[in-house]
Write a protein that binds this ligand. Structure first.
Ligand code: 13P
Length: 333
């Protein structure tokens, strides 16, 4: 087994999933604003420490994705966060994509930036203790979007990133996020997800990326947030798995979900159902979570930036991790 395969295997361990705590400073500001939390590097450090030092979370978390600022910060013990996590048997990862830019020729669509100087940044992150990386592309659904050209450009960049990440010894998590925003049906979401993943893997294979040493981070197939439509757990799971079977090579060891603005309850119940159906269909991949909002939202609310709330907030986080961990085994009731 290559070292990339070994890292991927550890990230995809039974009962475990990944916490995405890699919000950029500007995204963190938006989340903090909601609860009137002060927007300073020190408050962000305290927030991340609250999450990373919560009791028993290594039972349900194999890895945590960090942001550039966080991987350079220390826990109160004085240890850098990456080392702090490694001591708890949690693998530290790092978000390496940067901002997005409008796509030439289709300005309502975006492509992700971050390839300039990437090998140098990857080498530095590896030195700081990172073992895996993440790159997110954003795919918007409308009656006319996404265009094949924009999907292809995002896929090419994801593939170059993945190749360079593997060359630096870091497992890439490729995340072409199909957004929940819009009025589309579940069927349209499934079609776009299938096309997005098909193009992503065409480019990934073309770039010579080792499929057994990467992880796919995907959206679920869901009706658009503004569609007014509700889909059953069974229909969501079937549509999502059809998209995966149609486009994700079996050599890929695992698929982790983003939560994408679903409520924590929905994100847990839907993961649970998808995992149950995946087992019945003998899916070749380990399927689990890499949630940010669905794990953090109730915790952030409980903390609201106050030291006296840390313990209560950590208990809520511990519970969210336990529930989601059960769902990753199809065992959440
Ligand atoms: P959400 O779970 O909040 O969608 O975030 C996951 C993520 O990492 C987005 O890049």
């Amino acid at each position: 087994m290559s070292s990339l395969q070994a890292i991927a295997k550890e990230l995809l361990a039974p009962h475990k999933g990944i916490l995405a705590a890699d919000e950029s400073d500007s995204t963190c500001v938006k989340r903090f604003d909601k609860y009137g939390i002060e927007k300073t590097p020190e408050q962000r450090r305290k927030w991340r420490e609250l999450l990373f030092s919560a009791p028993n979370i290594s039972d349900g978390l194999s890895g945590i994705i960090l942001y550039d600022e966080t991987i350079r910060q220390n826990a109160s013990t004085g240890e850098p966060f990456a080392q702090f996590l490694l001591q708890q048997r949690i693998l530290p990862g790092i978000k390496v994509d940067q901002k997005t830019e409008p796509f030439t020729g289709s300005p309502d669509e975006e492509v992700t930036k971050g390839l300039d100087g990437l090998p140098k940044r990857l080498a530095e992150y590896a030195k700081l203790g990172a073992t895996f990386t993440k790159w997110r592309a954003v795919i918007r659904i409308s009656d006319t979007l996404p265009t094949e050209e924009c999907l292809r450009e995002n896929a090419k960049r994801l593939a170059i990133y993945a190749k360079q990440s593997q060359e630096a010894g870091l497992v890439p998590i490729i995340e072409p996020e199909v957004l929940l925003d819009g009025e589309h049906t579940l069927e349209r979401s499934e079609a776009v997800l299938t096309q997005t993943l098909r193009i992503t893997f065409e480019e990934t294979v073309k770039a010579g990326v080792e499929l057994s040493g990467l992880i796919l981070k995907s959206s679920m197939a869901l009706p658009g947030k503004e569609s007014g439509k509700v889909a059953t757990l069974g229909d969501i799971a079937s549509a999502t798995l059809r998209a995966f079977f149609a486009s994700v090579p079996k050599e890929v060891p695992g698929i982790v979900f983003l939560s994408g603005g679903q409520t924590p309850e929905d994100a847990t119940a839907r993961l649970n159902e998808i995992v149950k159906q995946a087992r019945k269909q003998n899916a070749p991949w380990r399927i689990t979570f890499s949630y940010s909002r669905a794990l953090q939202e109730p915790v952030l609310k409980a903390w609201s930036g106050k030291d006296e709330n840390v313990e209560t907030a950590q208990k809520i986080f511990e519970r969210r991790v336990q529930e989601t961990s059960l769902a990753s085994e199809g065992a959440f009731e």
